[in-house]
Design a protein around this ligand. Structure first.
Ligand SMILES: [Fe+2]
Length: 185
């Protein structure tokens, strides 16, 4: 019986050495949020507050930033982006709605931007459904249920250096605030 050369070596190949230290991809993050959302004990451990969202920080894969978030009925994030981070999120309980922009926005140097007519996207993510997103993704996430809490799992890589917050009036997106990690403490 012969042994394939690729299986016979004891030293790690350069390819495996690279993959062991590689940054988590969107697919890795989506896999993480899917597995985490399936952990019923963890999901049940999140404190829920009818007055506002609740958060628990998690250890994401490969040094990513991860969160378990509880959404009372009628709450949402407002429009924001995640700067240069990629990310993924998945609904564990209830249903979330995501409004997003299918457009790559200039990162800096503007305060008001008029969006073209065809950039709005909308998706509903019920329990077990999620999505990943690339750099500069702009969205808002909402729990539109009148009576049901939602719980979701989120992961970002690199850990969020900043979030830009926007207001939206029709087609006009206006930069309102840049939040840095020290603002979230
Ligand atoms: Fe977000």
């Amino acid at each position: 019986m012969s042994v394939s050369p690729s299986l016979s070596g004891s030293a790690p190949t350069s390819a495996s050495a690279v993959s062991a230290s590689a940054a988590p991809t969107q697919a890795d993050l989506l896999d993480f949020v899917r597995r985490t959302a399936a952990d019923a004990e963890l999901i049940a451990s999140l404190p829920l507050d009818p007055e506002g969202r609740t958060w628990v920080r998690l250890d994401g894969p490969g040094g990513s930033e991860a969160w378990l978030i509880g959404w009372p009925p009628g709450t949402g994030t407002g429009w924001h982006d995640h700067a240069d981070s990629v990310g993924a999120f998945l609904t564990a309980v209830g249903e979330l709605k995501e409004n997003s922009l299918a457009a790559r926005l200039p990162t800096d140097g503007w305060k008001n931007l008029e969006l073209s007519e065809d950039v709005d996207r909308e998706r509903r993510l019920s329990a077990g459904q999620g999505r990943s997103f690339g750099r500069h993704h702009v969205h808002e996430v909402l729990n539109e249920s009148p009576d049901r809490h939602a719980i979701s799992v989120h992961a970002y890589y690199p850990p969020l250096p900043q979030i830009r917050r926007y207001s939206r009036t029709g087609p006009i997106l206006r930069l309102e605030q840049v939040e840095r990690p020290e603002d979230w403490q």
